[in-house]
Write a protein that binds this ligand. Structure first.
Ligand SMILES: *[C@@H]1O[C@H](CO)[C@@H](O)[C@H](O)[C@H]1NC(C)=O
Ligand SMILES: *[C@@H]1O[C@H](CO)[C@@H](O)[C@H](O)[C@H]1NC(C)=O
Length: 328
C-alpha cells in the first residue's frame, strides 16, 4: 500500500510538460525584438474606470494575495469599461442588463499602476481580452503567471509583450475546445521546425506556443510583418502557421467582444471589514465559469519599457474619464 501511494504521488508530482531542448531564434528574449513596434502599433482602447469601495474583493484576488504573501486588505479593486466591450449591441446579444466591466485588483505597492494595467490590457485585441476574467498586479521581481483565466503581474513587467504572453495563455487554454498547445498539430509543428523563439519557449510546449503567439502578434501589427524582425524567423514557420490556424482570428485588432466570463464571487477582504458593510451588486451569474488552469510564474528579462507611452496613457485616460477626446 505504502509503495503504491508513493508511486502515485510521484506520478502526480512529475512535471506536466517536458522541456523541448530546441535551438532558439533569439538568445535575449523577445521583448528587445518586438516591444518597440508593439508600443507604436498596438493601439490603446478607449475606456473609463471606477473604484470599488474598500472592503470587498473578488475571491481570486483574495487567493492570489495570500499566495503572493501580501494582505488582501492592501488592494485597490477597480472596474474597467472598455468601449469595445460595452455597447448596446453586445448587451442585446448577450442578454444581460449590465455593462460588462473588467474587475481588476492592484496591491498598493505593485510596480504597475492602475493606468498601466488598463492601458496595456486595452492594447490587446478585444477577442483575446475576452478570454481573461480578472487582471491582478502585486509587488515582485518581474514575473507573471496565468491561473484560472486570471492574469497576475508580479513587479515591473509593464510591456505589451508580457501582456500578450500572459493573455495568450488564457487564449491557448480556453478559446478552443482543447488546449491548442497540446494538440498533435502543434507538437508536430515543433518537430517539423528547426527552432523555437527563445529559451523561455524551450520550457515546454505551453510556453513555446505562447511565445510563438507573441511573434504572431508582431506579424499582424508590425508594418512589413515578421520579415521586419531582423532574423530568419522561418525556422519556426510551422509553429507559426499552426498557431495562426488556432487563433489568428482572435489576435486581429478591432471589432467588439462576443463573450465574457462570470466574475469570480465577491468576498470580504477579511474580518476587519465591518459587519454591516454591503458587497457590491453581483453581476449576472449565468455566464460561463473558467475551468481550472495554471501556468507557473516566469521571470522576464530585457524588457523594453516606454516612459513616454506610459505618460501618454495617463493623459489619455484622464481625458476619457472626463468624457473628452484624447489628444495624445
Ligand atoms: C516609445 O514609443 C513611441 C511610440 O512608438 C516611440 O515614438 C518612442 O520612441 C518610444 N520611446 C522610447 C524611449 O522607447
Ligand atoms: C510598501 O513598500 C514599503 C517600502 O518597501 C513598505 O514599507 C510598506 O510596508 C509596503 N506596504 C505594503 C502595504 O505592503
Amino acid at each position: 500500500m505504502f509503495a503504491l501511494s508513493v508511486v502515485g504521488a510521484l506520478v502526480l508530482a512529475a512535471p506536466a510538460f517536458a522541456a523541448l531542448g530546441r535551438p532558439i531564434l533569439f538568445s535575449d528574449g523577445l521583448s528587445p525584438h518586438v516591444d518597440s513596434s508593439f508600443w507604436a502599433h498596438l493601439n490603446p482602447t478607449q475606456s473609463t474606470w471606477s473604484q470599488w469601495d474598500w472592503g470587498y474583493t473578488p475571491q481570486t484576488c483574495y487567493n492570489n494575495a495570500n499566495s503572493n504573501g501580501v494582505s488582501p486588505y492592501d488592494f485597490e479593486i477597480f472596474a474597467v469599461k472598455y468601449t469595445d466591450c460595452s455597447n448596446a449591441w453586445v448587451l442585446r446579444l448577450m442578454g444581460y442588463g449590465y455593462f460588462p466591466t473588467l474587475s481588476s485588483c492592484r496591491h498598493h505597492n505593485a510596480s504597475l499602476s492602475q493606468i498601466d494595467m488598463i492601458d496595456l490590457f486595452g492594447r490587446l485585441p478585444v477577442h483575446e481580452r475576452q478570454w481573461v476574467r480578472h487582471i491582478i498586479a502585486v509587488p515582485g521581481g518581474g514575473s507573471a503567471y496565468m491561473s484560472n483565466a486570471d492574469v497576475v503581474f508580479q513587479g515591473p513587467v509593464g510591456t505589451p509583450s508580457v501582456f500578450q504572453h500572459e493573455v495568450g495563455h488564457a487564449v491557448d487554454f480556453y478559446k478552443n475546445s482543447v488546449r491548442s498547445s497540446g494538440t498533435s498539430q502543434f507538437i508536430n509543428a515543433i518537430n517539423a521546425d528547426s527552432c523555437v523563439p527563445d529559451s523561455y519557449a524551450n520550457s515546454n510546449e505551453v510556453e513555446d506556443y505562447t511565445q510563438v503567439g507573441v511573434l504572431a502578434m508582431y506579424d499582424i501589427v508590425n508594418p512589413g510583418g515578421l520579415d521586419g524582425i531582423g532574423a530568419n524567423w522561418r525556422c519556426l514557420v510551422n509553429q507559426k502557421n499552426a498557431l495562426d490556424g488556432f487563433q489568428r482570428d482572435h489576435m486581429t485588432p478591432g471589432g467588439a467582444c462576443t463573450r465574457r466570463w462570470a466574475d469570480d464571487v465577491t468576498v470580504k477582504m477579511g474580518p476587519a471589514v465591518p459587519r454591516q458593510k454591503r458587497a457590491p451588486i453581483e453581476q449576472a451569474s449565468d455566464l460561463p465559469v473558467p475551468g481550472p488552469s495554471y501556468v507557473a510564474p516566469h521571470a522576464f528579462q530585457n524588457l523594453v519599457f516606454n516612459a513616454t507611452e506610459q505618460l501618454k496613457a495617463k493623459l489619455r485616460q484622464a481625458a476619457w474619464q472626463k468624457g473628452e477626446a484624447a489628444t495624445v
